[in-house]
Design a protein around this ligand. Sequence first.
Ligand SMILES: [Fe+2]
Ligand SMILES: [Fe+2]
Length: 301
Amino acid sequence: MLAGMTTTDALPRTGRRSVQLTAASERMTLDPFIEVDWEIPIDDRAYHLPPEWLPLYGTDAWEAMTPEARITYSRHECAALCGAGIWFENRLMQLVLRHLAELPVHSPAHRYLLVEVADECRHSTMFGEYIRRAGTPAYGPSADAGELDALGDVPGKHTFGYVLILAVEELLDVINRATMKDDRIHPVSRDIAKLHVAEEARHVSFAKTYLTEVWPTLNEEERQGVQSLAPAAVAIVADLTIDPAVYEALGIIGGEEDARSNPHHRARVVQGLAKLTSFLQQLGVINDASMPTWRDLGLVA
Ligand SMILES: [Fe+2]
Ligand SMILES: [Fe+2]
């Protein structure tokens, strides 16, 4: 137990988990400027993401590329994913900081959530370093993605916020795990993915514990608020796996349309969201009434 902290909060399981996760962060907190070998040039010696995870994989545009062009394209997609990561982590930190402002300092979650914000700061620094060294444009989601900010002020807003956090973290986790295990991938990309998986495990654990404990305490209006907004929010998260600026930068005509209509990419997104969507079904955020919306948006099979 951390000094002066109790687990007698309104959410005792979340309190106990926060104590465990804070202790875990004391055992393992990773510095990207030690863990990642930035001396290795971020060049086109190898793929930067598994080819099967690239939005154009399997399309005519992909088939028309030389092996070298595919690798260059993967470097740009990896930089775009890092740019989306920075953008999302900024939003996630704001959600967590708003939650923190309402928590008493004696709550173990207060201490833990500051660890989470510090983790995200290091991750965004790491993603930024990758983009700067990869020599690509400064990719990042367009202003349209600001729709997510407008969704934040609803009944059950913290619950909604952690659903959003979990959506981003679970989707990135699947891509990061595929990247870190793949020996076709550039060593810097693999190191980044490995570091991110190791530290994000804490964040996923907190979000799942919090959501499981808080959901039964919500009133009907709050639950409906979360149930109705979650599919649109998760669709925005899924949509940011495609950045039109990549195709513009590389002169791939029709690339955005090809990526959006690529059945292979759509299936990968469903696969990447599977852990999230099965958890949300168990919780009751996805129910019989809302399932058709999730299907129509291409978020579940
Ligand atoms: Fe992160
Ligand atoms: Fe995270």
